[in-house]
Design a protein around this ligand. Structure first.
Ligand code: PGA
Length: 257
């Protein structure tokens, strides 16, 4: 069975003091439960890159993984302002969100670029969380499936099945991110099912059934249960609601309370 993953994407929010306080508040609630909760689910926090060292310190001894929100595909060199996989690894990072829609739409990231980043992550033993999602215009034009298929196959281009087995996918409809509009559980399950069908064709049934597909886009403490109870929704990637300990902890406890 796929272990559910609940991931916080803090985006460009919080300073070092607030970040430390938030991690402490999350740990105060989750640490005592991890003996039981940790068997069936994983938790990851992706702070802004500059806060990674502070968050790493606060996470010492916790059963919570540290993630990054982005990275460059080269290991080092003249890439002003960029951060590489080996740098992230040096601070205990284990996961990296790649191809988030804000990276695609605001910073012009293409499937080709994202694919290079996915390959770099795998080369360095980081778990890529590859994000895919359609815009409202694409959905209304009836292009959702094609867009998702292209982004998925583009992000996974040239990977062997055993490498695809190490990737986590996040379906995040662009129209649902930060808007308060969530895909209905039925809508989300339909797209997750279609993504898994594409994965089956691309990497075979065994691999595809092991790959986690998270849902993201206005996930809250109120709607998380109905989403992650669907068969192909293997957790959540949470933006706004991950910035408060109570709501994020409630999301991590989905279906158990
Ligand atoms: P949101 O963001 O939960 O604030 O909609 C999710 C994401 O972009 O990962």
């Amino acid at each position: 069975m796929r272990k559910k993953l609940f991931a916080a994407n803090w985006k460009m929010n919080l300073g070092p003091v607030q970040a430390r306080e938030l991690v402490r508040a999350i740990r105060a609630q989750l640490d005592p439960q991890f003996a039981t909760l940790g068997k069936e689910r994983e938790v990851m926090i992706a702070p802004p890159a500059i806060l990674i060292p502070a968050v790493q310190q606060e996470l010492a001894g916790a059963a919570i993984a540290l993630g990054a929100q982005n990275m460059h595909f080269e290991d080092q060199g003249a890439f002003t302002g960029e951060i590489s996989a080996p740098m992230l690894k040096a601070y205990g990072v284990t996961h990296v969100i790649l191809g988030h829609s804000e990276r695609r739409h605001i910073f012009g990231e293409t499937d080709e670029l994202i694919n290079k980043k996915v390959k770099s992550a795998l080369r360095h033993d980081l778990i890529p969380v590859l994000c895919v999602g359609e815009t409202l215009a694409q959905r209304e034009a009836g292009d959702t499936t094609q867009v998702l298929t292209n982004q998925l196959l583009g992000g996974l281009a040239e990977l062997e099945s055993h490498q695809i087995a190490k990737v986590t996918i996040a379906y995040e409809p662009v129209w649902a991110i930060g808007t308060g509009k969530t895909a209905t559980p039925e809508q989300a399950q339909r797209e997750h099912g279609a993504l898994r069908a594409t994965l089956i064709e691309r990497a075979g049934r065994a691999v595809a059934h092991g790959v986690r597909i998270l849902y993201g886009g206005s996930v809250t403490a109120e709607n998380v249960d109905s989403l992650v109870s669907r068969p192909d929704i293997d957790g959540a990637l949470v933006g706004g609601a991950s910035l408060k300990a109570d709501s994020f902890v409630r999301i991590v406890r989905a279906l158990t309370v």
